[in-house]
Write a protein that binds this ligand. Structure first.
Ligand code: AMP
Ligand code: TRP
Length: 349
């Protein structure tokens, strides 16, 4: 059952769980589609955020780079404003319940459900040999969420299908073994859920492409680089600065969307802000300016945090302890439900 509130608290705060992979370069899509929302709403919620290194190894990773990137992602989340007193921040492989929960959930998940996942199909199409881990990725993710009885899962639009699957798995387990899990809900931002590539506004900005020149603004890019990438963004041959569903105007729509999420302005206000702009050059220059203003303080804080690995590791240890306090008992309950309750006999010599 879901834990009751600590004494003194009246209305239940919603439990939030989300994760991000420590692979590739974190970009503006990750920030606007996911991280910014986590930070902005953390005071209202009961939060768990996870750097999902077990997910990262579903595609090949250099072992030393993975260690560096796991620390780096953790520092970046703190630099972006995650507050360890409000949110438990931890590394997935530090809490062994995640891998164990995945196994138990594997055993109730039809393989057909996984073969239908669009992200799997996209990734599999790019690889010669497909591992079981890549197919199983969404079950590991379902375990992440269900172990915490999360009510809400704030993610970008590309993860919607995976959260739906976590709901299906929760419902199936509940049906087979009795009420065990909260059925979670995806929380997808209305704007910013799908930031598109600057070089190709018909494809989403992605970590695997983010090293390519002109594709993405990376969260740790300096002002000159941000300026260069945005000034080079693909637009169209017209000159109308407005939101639009027209695929031909996807580049302008994307730039306006970025401006809108960062400034918190409405759609009409955003268009009004550009009423006096002279063409797309002006649009790009102003979008670059708000992006630089948003990312510069994050980059500075990151530079400080990443230097003090002892402090960072201490924070991650505390996060893992808080995560274990919730996920440990939940895993025990899962095992009980399934019938894994036989005590290991004491050694008799
Ligand atoms: P990932 O890069 O797959 O680790 O994703 C981390 C988070 O960022 C997830 O919540 C994704 O849905 C979100 N995300 C990734 N790419 C984008 C994008 N281009 N636009 C908006 N959100 C994104
Ligand atoms: N699969 C997610 C992504 O690539 C990351 C993730 C792993 C996640 N576990 C999660 C997101 C649990 C939300 C909840 O973006």
């Amino acid at each position: 059952m879901k834990p009751t509130n600590p004494p003194g608290e009246t209305a239940a705060r919603k439990r939030v769980f989300s994760g991000i992979q420590p692979s590739g370069d974190v970009h503006l899509g990750n920030y606007l589609g996911a991280i910014k929302g986590w930070v902005d709403r953390q005071t209202e919620k009961d939060n768990f955020f996870c750097v999902v290194d077990l997910h990262a190894i579903t595609t090949p990773q250099d072992p030393d780079a993975l260690v560096r990137q796991t620390r780096s992602m953790s520092a970046l989340l703190l630099a972006a404003g995650l507050d360890p007193s409000l949110s438990a921040l931890f590394v997935q492989s530090h809490v062994t319940a995640h891998a164990e929960a995945c196994w138990l959930l594997n055993c109730v998940t039809p393989v057909g459900w996984l073969e239908r996942m669009t992200q799997y199909k996209d990734k599999a199409a790019k690889q010669e040999s497909i591992t079981t881990g890549l197919l199983d990725y969404p079950v590991l993710m379902a375990g992440d969420i269900l172990l915490y009885d999360a009510d809400e899962v704030p993610v970008g639009d590309d993860q919607r299908q995976h959260v739906e699957l976590a709901r299906d798995i929760a419902q199936r387990f509940n049906r087979l073994y009795g009420d065990t899990f909260v059925v979670p809900q995806a929380v997808i931002p209305q704007v910013g859920a799908r930031v598109m590539g600057l070089d190709d506004p018909t494809a989403k900005m992605s970590k695997s492409e983010s090293a390519a020149r002109g594709h993405a603004v990376r969260m740790l890019d300096g002002p000159d680089e941000i300026q260069r990438s945005i000034m080079r963004a693909v637009t169209d041959s017209g000159n109308e600065i407005r939101f639009s569903d027209d695929p031909g105007k996807a580049g302008v729509d994307n730039l306006l969307g970025i401006y809108r999420v960062i400034t918190g302005r409405g759609e009409a206000e955003t268009e009004a802000d550009f009423a006096d702009a002279r063409g797309y050059g002006d649009l790009k220059a102003r979008v670059a300016e708000v992006v630089i203003d948003a990312l510069t303080p994050i980059r500075r804080r990151y530079d400080e945090l990443i230097r003090d690995t002892a402090e960072l590791d201490r924070l991650l240890a505390r996060g893992a302890e808080r995560a274990e306090a919730v996920s440990g008992p939940k895993l025990d309950e899962m095992k009980r439900r399934v019938g894994l309750t036989l005590r290991r006999p004491a050694h008799t010599g």
